[in-house]
Design a protein around this ligand. Structure first.
Ligand SMILES: [Zn+2]
Length: 102
C-alpha cells in the first residue's frame, strides 16, 4: 500500500505577454495555469528563432525570442516589399495543391 501525503507546490505561471515592439502588455483577468508560452491565448505572434551556423546577420546558434501584438504585426506586414499570402483559416484543409476540394 502506498502512503500518500498532500503537498503544495509553487509554480511559475504566465500572466501576460508583452509586445517587444510597442511594449503593450496583453494580460488576463484571471490567472492562466499554463507553464509554456505557446499555450497562452495571445492574439499576436510569439517566436523562438534559432539562428543557424551560416547566419550572416544574427549570431550563430543563438535563440531569439520575442512577441509581437496584432497591431504591430499589421504595421510590419505593411513594410513588406512582397505582399504576404493570406488564407481563410476555416478552409485550411483546402490548398492550391488539393484537387479534390473537401
Ligand atoms: Zn505591439
Amino acid at each position: 500500500m502506498l502512503t500518500k501525503t498532500k503537498v503544495s507546490k509553487e509554480v511559475e505561471i504566465i500572466s501576460g505577454v508583452t509586445c517587444n515592439k510597442c511594449g503593450e502588455k496583453q494580460s488576463h483577468d484571471e490567472a492562466l495555469f499554463v507553464e509554456r508560452a505557446e499555450d497562452v491565448p495571445f492574439t499576436g505572434l510569439s517566436v523562438h528563432y534559432h539562428a543557424g551556423y551560416y547566419s550572416k546577420e544574427l549570431v550563430d546558434m543563438t535563440i531569439y525570442s520575442f512577441s509581437i501584438c496584432e497591431k504591430c504585426l499589421v504595421e510590419l506586414f505593411g513594410t513588406f516589399k512582397i505582399k504576404l499570402e493570406e488564407q481563410d483559416g476555416f478552409n485550411l484543409t483546402r490548398s492550391k495543391f488539393d484537387t479534390n476540394g473537401w
